[in-house]
Design a protein around this ligand. Structure first.
Ligand code: KG4
Ligand code: ZN
Length: 331
């Protein structure tokens, strides 16, 4: 199948054409960072207005780069949730209109399912089940048992902040520019990850839940008492090390509980090189294959949405008239 993917759940206007859930014929994304930067975070109303302004051209662009026409594709896949309601509505309305006008099947995709299948894009590696994924994004942080493309179970999740959210909030404490995650990683490159022993949330034996709000508070308290004495790079590197330690420990615990031959990293924070390296090292240590998506497929994109629709098949198929965006779409 060749699917057109549309993703507008947050602030990236993204479109893509993907063959067989794997081969990326085009992948177009316009980030809106310049429009949100001065507010220090995403402004939902601005995000949805930008999607309205950009999406039609983005669809044409993805089809054009893939040398495809709307008539030649086999279906349209769109993110139905979770996300910002105003942003989701733009993508869903466009996808419904295109599906109806071109008489193509419409597939509704959970944004998080999209992230999970991103690691298989532009590789010859077909998913093999079961696999375990650590999904780390701006809004979610969870461990998911993937028994098949349609049987996904959350086996552990954060009690408070998501990992990406912790990066973004800590970046703000360090006066770094928006978006915070990549800026914090860049600053941390010159720092000593062992300079400050920030706390690592450790639940009881075997438990798989995570927490990052205590860590964030601890960075704030440290900064207040420190008054600029410690190099900011050391603070960034020590914070990043604490996040990575917690994430890797929980994956390690999940591997103790069940045998997996494959572990997969997913979500925007998978773009973090220190995390990706630690994830691969854990796989090597435990004798388990570890997959990390190509960097361009880690953060929000539409190729992953087309991929998830293809993998989930009939389960994702919806009536083009009935589909509505759902900001709280359950996992
Ligand atoms: O998956 P994503 O693009 O959007 C959501 O679905 O939330 O993830 C965005 C999150 C943001 O919090 C961003 O700061 C974080 O991923 N992120 C990073 C890096 N690149 C993106 N966090 C740490 N290091 C990075 N290199
Ligand atoms: Zn995302």
């Amino acid at each position: 199948m060749i699917l057109l993917g549309i993703e507008t759940s947050c602030d990236d206007t993204a479109t893509a054409v993907v063959r067989d859930g794997r081969y990326v014929l085009s992948n177009v994304s316009t980030n809106q960072d310049a429009f949100h930067a001065k507010y220090g975070g995403i402004v939902p109303e601005i995000a949805s207005r930008r999607h309205v302004a950009l999406l039609s051209a983005a669809v044409d662009d993805a089809l054009g780069r893939a040398k495809m026409s709307l008539a030649a594709i086999d279906g349209i896949a769109v993110t139905a949730g979770p996300g910002l309601i105003g942003s989701l509505v733009v993508g869903v309305a466009a996808a419904k209109a295109l599906a109806f006008a071109a008489r193509k099947p419409l597939y509704a995709v959970n944004h998080l399912h999209g992230h999970i299948f991103a690691a298989f894009l532009d590789t010859d590696r077909e998913p093999t089940y079961p696999f375990l994924t650590l999904l780390v994004s701006g809004g979610h942080t969870q461990l998911v048992d993937v028994a098949s493309a349609t049987e996904l179970t959350v086996i552990g999740k954060t009690r408070d902040d998501a990992a990406g959210e912790a990066f973004d909030k800590t970046a703000r404490l360090l006066d770094l520019p928006f978006p915070g995650g990549p800026a914090l990683e860049a600053l941390a490159r010159d720092g000593n990850p062992r300079a400050i022993a920030f706390p690592r949330y450790t639940p009881g034996a075997g438990a798989l839940d995570l927490s990052f709000s205590g860590l964030k508070t601890s960075v704030r308290t440290f900064l207040e008492n420190d008054r600029g004495a410690t190099a900011r790079a050391d603070i960034a590197a020590s914070f990043q090390a604490a996040v990575v330690d917690v994430l890797i420990d929980r994956v390690s615990r999940a591997l103790n509980a069940r045998d997996y031959a494959l572990i997969v990293l997913s979500g925007g924070v998978a773009a973090n090189t220190v995390l990706a390296d630690a994830f691969r090292a854990l796989g090597a240590k435990r004798g388990v294959e570890a997959l990390v998506p190509e960097r361009r497929f880690c953060t929000d994109n539409a190729a992953m949405i087309a991929a998830a629709a293809e993998r989930r098949g009939a389960v994702a198929r919806v009536d083009a008239f009935a589909l509505t965006a759902n900001p709280n779409l359950p996992f």
